[in-house]
Ligand binder design. Structure first.
Ligand SMILES: *Cc1c(COP(=O)(O)O)cnc(C)c1O
Length: 433
């Protein structure tokens, strides 16, 4: 049954949900038929340079021979096997790598199937931990505003209450506690009063707090803000002082994106629980991991349940673990520090100066992340169409036009992305006034 792309797109429009768009009046979808390196190929053979890494994930580019063969090799052994009562080479190797790459105190690995689930797992671990210690009242989460931690319910419960439309889900979401978002920028002089309200909330609520959760240094989908490492350091200190578990969500920032292997390293903090995802498989498969200290794991295991109450069907899927292992090898072989600092240098010299444009409120760069915050929101459909015409794939939201390209992008390709942003800034129809 061969159908034209137009017919396929018509079916898509009528029957298939896409992220955060209406089913009755959806934003257009573009049909991608293949992807290679840093380019997506559309149905009409138009090639687009990818500025998004398919949402932070595709760090080594598309259709990579090494990652392809890792998948093929694993599939000839087994594509999947249950993880209950069974273990396998790829999961063991991945866990060894993650334990070796992260701070020494993070020794225990829970492998799951998506970032949101890894956050659910982290939150559940924190709650079970205090339950095991006979302190079941320590069950709430403290976090900062503008955060994003995923779309499942416990994860939503720690996303920004306004962006996450908490009012609509009020009756089912946990009543968590929100501090103001970090204000001191990464590149500014640290303002010590930035943590005043957070400190007060710790002091008032610590008896009821299981954990504090935060995205390190970069608040991603909640606003693409880049904050001062001293804020993160203060979070760690407050957690220690008030006996609250410290959860760090490195799902977007992990594996080199900010210029450190993990963004925690900017502040030398070590969490009790760490969430990883997105780039872990080089963007090939859905996979995530939650690492914890020995103390967290042992305390949970000594509690009433005698075990941690979680176990997804596709836990530690062998295909996903195998491609993650290959991606982590590539990361080291490719010298990611060099790749990321080259991208950062181009973003700094060419994207940062767009701040002077009358339509721009602010620009920010860290590692392989570049953000242009406009003064007014974009018209997503129009701006998307223009980007495609200009040969690039950039997907803005709200007032934010941002790129986090594959680490393997060439300087010419990156310059084309920045040029496209520069061009649309001058086009009325791309913005809501
Ligand atoms: C994307 C993201 C998540 C959710 O991951 P999914 O794989 O989409 O479930 C959680 N936290 C952060 C910081 C993210 O960027």
């Amino acid at each position: 049954m061969i159908k034209s792309y137009t017919e396929l797109l018509e079916f898509d429009k009528n029957h298939i949900w896409h992220p955060y768009t209406s089913m009755t009046n959806p934003l257009p979808s573009y049909f991608v038929k293949s992807a290679e390196g840093c380019e997506l190929m559309l149905a009409d053979d138009t090639k687009l340079i990818d500025g998004m890494s398919s949402w932070w994930a595709v760090i080594h580019g598309y259709n990579h021979p090494t990652l392809n063969s890792a998948l093929i090799d694993q599939s000839t052994k087994m594509s999947h096997v249950m993880f209950g009562g069974i273990t396998h080479q790829s999961a063991i190797e991945l866990s060894q790598r993650l334990v070796a790459l992260t701070p020494p105190s993070l020794e225990k690995v829970f492998i799951s199937d998506s970032g949101s689930v890894s956050v659910e797992v982290a939150i559940k671990m924190a709650i079970q931990y205090w339950h095991s210690l006979g302190k079941p009242s320590k069950s709430k989460l403290l976090t900062v505003k503008n955060g994003y931690h995923g779309d499942t319910f416990a994860a939503m419960g720690v996303c920004d209450p306004v962006n996450g439309m908490h009012t609509m889900f009020e009756s089912v979401l946990a009543k968590n506690i929100f501090a103001p978002a970090p204000q001191t920028r990464f590149d500014e002089q640290w303002q010590a009063n930035d943590i005043d309200e957070l400190s007060e909330l710790f002091a008032t609520h610590h008896h009821n707090l299981a954990a504090f959760i935060i995205e390190p240094i970069v608040q991603g989908a909640g606003g693409m803000k880049i904050y001062h490492p001293e804020f993160l350091k203060a979070c760690e200190q407050l957690c220690q002082r008030y006996n609250v578990l410290f959860i760090v969500d490195e799902i977007a920032t992990g594996f080199g994106r900010t210029g450190k292997l993990f963004a925690c390293e900017w502040a030398n903090v070590v969490p009790d629980i760490l969430c990883l995802g997105k780039a872990i498989t080089g963007g090939y498969m859905s996979l995530a991991a939650t690492l914890s200290t020995k103390k967290v794991a042992e305390t949970i295991s000594q509690g009433d349940a005698g075990c941690f109450m979680h176990g997804p069907t596709f836990m530690a899927n062998p295909l996903a673990c195998a491609v993650a292992n290959a991606s982590l090898s590539l990361l080291m072989e490719n010298n990611w520090q060099h790749q990321v600092s080259k991208i950062e240098a181009t973003l700094t010299s060419q994207l940062l100066p767009l701040k002077a444009h009358p339509r721009v409120l602010d620009t920010r760069v860290l590692g392989a992340i570049g953000v242009v915050e406009a003064k007014t929101p974009v018209n997503v459909a129009n701006i998307q169409k223009r980007f495609v015409e200009l040969g690039v794939w950039i997907r803005p939201f709200g007032k934010l036009i941002y790129i986090m390209p594959p680490f393997v992008i060439s300087t010419e390709q990156l310059e084309k992305l920045i040029r496209a942003i520069t061009i649309v800034l001058d086009e009325e129809g791309c913005f809501v006034n």
